[in-house]
Design a protein around this ligand. Structure first.
Ligand code: GAR
Length: 187
């Protein structure tokens, strides 16, 4: 199997990155992580790149020509697939059009419900009976691209924002690899 050379974008903890690195060691898993990109030089997740000798690149989105730097590194590592795993910046139209249908995102809700930020607080406020996570293609609409995999779990009365986050992320560690396997199943 020729594994897709993948870049994972992160902004914070990087627990999904950690999980993907682990999964990608399996010879049957369709991607290999060649690069990590972050907009946050203090992102904890950078340590997983370092520990696994994966090059990482800190993107300074304040710079006028930051995209040129991004395209340079994506090119350098021959990246053909991008996974947004806790990347908290909107990505540019130019990147989306260069990687059409080649960028996916994991979101901590059952899309199309609860797009955007503060999902857990809004889910609890609305007294939802269930929640979960969704992996979708990235297009120009926020959290709006085609859904690849979505899975849910029931919300119980003792749940709060912290427990919902823990349960959601536990599910994400299954759903994100499953979505990647699904995408490349027939290629
Ligand atoms: C994940 O739960 C992901 O669903 C969420 O950020 C978390 C990152 O965790 N993404 C979003 O909210 C995107 N809008 P991680 O850094 O430990 O993988």
């Amino acid at each position: 199997m020729v594994k897709k050379k993948t870049c994972v974008f992160i902004s914070g903890q990087g627990s999904n990155l950690k999980n993907l690195i682990k999964r990608s060691r399996d010879s049957n898993f369709p991607i290999t992580i060649k690069l990590v990109v972050t907009n946050n030089k203090n992102a904890n997740g950078i340590m997983y790149a370092k520990k696994n000798s994966i090059p990482y690149f800190v993107l300074n989105t304040e710079l006028r020509n930051y995209e040129n730097h991004l395209f340079y590194v994506l090119n350098k590592y021959k990246i053909s697939f991008i996974c947004l795993a806790g990347y908290m910046k909107i990505i540019s139209k130019k990147l989306i059009s260069k990687f059409e249908k080649k960028i996916i995102n994991i979101h901590p809700s059952l899309l199309p419900k609860y797009k955007g930020l503060n999902t857990f607080a809004r889910i609890l406020k609305n007294k939802e009976k269930k929640t979960g996570c969704t992996v979708h293609y990235v297009n120009e609409k926020l959290d709006g691209g085609g859904i690849i995999v979505k899975k849910c779990f029931p919300i119980v009365s003792s749940d709060n924002e912290k427990t919902l986050k823990i349960k959601t992320q536990k599910l994400e560690y299954k759903v994100l690899p499953e979505a990647i396997i699904r995408i490349f199943r027939n290629s």
